[in-house]
Design a protein around this ligand. Structure first.
Ligand code: ATP
Length: 317
């Protein structure tokens, strides 16, 4: 339905005994988006996912999945797929048997359930291993099988809680490529929990960062990196004998500049304010120095990545 958000939540709150795990969480996720759901260990990500997937009841707040209110958990469950943080697999079954069983649980007749299992095994790159026992699958293969299971009911929203946990770099890449592909091909909304920030930059349209149960940053990767990041730093290389002059010139034009390195290397660090585009700041720095006849040997920008933003908004004071 046009205009319906895939996910929306207001004032979600959950405590375990005296521990407030989730506090005043608001969400609004458009359909078809891959959302990187980030936060340090214990931030509350799994708790939010459990609430939204109707496994756990919130103490307060409301939410809706594809327009279905939280008061109708049975209908929500029809529309979602979940790969839990620590998914268990029946080791004595084959991947094909297990997926067929789950397709039947969602009401598909046996023949259709088998076809669904077959199609999904191919989708996650396990076409030739469907007849093998799950006990013989590697961890990466099990994670991909778990993603196939999460798709068995053609969901509109899929929650993947740390699908890359414990995988080697090639396995991580395979799973993240799969996530990007299913979002594109199936048009599903994906809520992806992971600690792989560089990969999030490549796969996710949007990110939301939780810290101590609260949302501390959200938006596109670029927005979050820009807004939440600590001020970025430009490093300008000049001749050692020109370094003090360069600092004076830049400081004189209102920038925070300081000399770095030793007498043999001439580098000047320039702090770039958060509200200034790095390209604009870089052009200004270069223009100032070149106009004054100070040759610039190099210029690099540090900061402004998602990982910088993540650290900036989750660092405890
Ligand atoms: N069943 C539980 N009983 C008591 N406390 C819990 C329970 N589940 C989670 N917590 C606490 O709630 C807080 C949030 O935990 P949660 O598992 O949601 O965080 P997370 O962001 O998913 O962490 P991780 O990245 O380590 O998986 C933590 O302080 C955790 O210790």
């Amino acid at each position: 339905m046009a205009g319906t958000l895939a996910l929306e939540a207001t004032g979600l709150r959950k405590s375990y005994g005296g521990v407030v795990a989730v506090n005043s969480v608001e969400l609004a996720v458009e359909a078809g988006v891959v959302l990187g759901f980030l936060g340090p260990n214990g931030a509350g990500k799994t708790t939010v996912i459990r609430i939204l997937s109707t496994i756990l009841r919130a103490d307060a707040g409301t939410f809706a999945v594809s327009g279905i209110p939280h008061t109708d958990p049975v209908e929500i469950r029809r529309r979602i797929g979940v790969l839990p943080e620590s998914a268990g697999y029946p080791l004595g079954q084959t991947g094909q048997e297990w997926l067929t069983f789950h397709a039947q649980l969602f009401g598909r007749p046996l023949v259709e359930a088998r076809e669904t299992a077959h199609r999904l095994l191919a989708e996650v790159g396990l076409a030739d291993r469907g007849g093998s026992l799950i006990s013989a699958y590697s961890r990466g293969m099990r994670q991909r099988l778990g993603i196939a299971r999460a798709l068995v009911n053609d969901p509109q929203v899929v929650f993947l809680d740390e699908p890359t946990l414990g995988l080697d770099p090639a396995g991580q890449r395979q799973v993240l490529d799969l996530v990007a592909r299913i979002a594109k091909e199936y048009g599903v909304t994906v809520i992806l929990t992971t600690h792989l920030l560089v990969e999030v930059e490549q796969v996710c349209d949007q990110v939301l960062i939780l810290n101590h149960g609260r949302v501390v940053a959200e938006g596109t990767v670029a927005e979050v990196a820009r807004r939440a990041a600590a001020p970025r730093r430009g490093l300008v290389s000049v001749r050692a004998e020109q370094r003090e002059r360069a600092v004076e010139l830049l400081a004189g034009s209102g920038l925070q500049a300081s000399a770095v390195g030793n007498d043999h290397g001439g580098q000047v660090a320039v702090l770039i304010p958060v509200d200034t585009e790095p390209e604009t700041a870089a052009a200004e720095v270069l223009r100032r120095l070149l106009d004054a006849g100070v040759p610039v040997l190099g210029f690099t920008l540090e900061g402004g990545r998602l990982s910088d933003a993540f650290l900036a908004v989750t660092e405890d004071a």
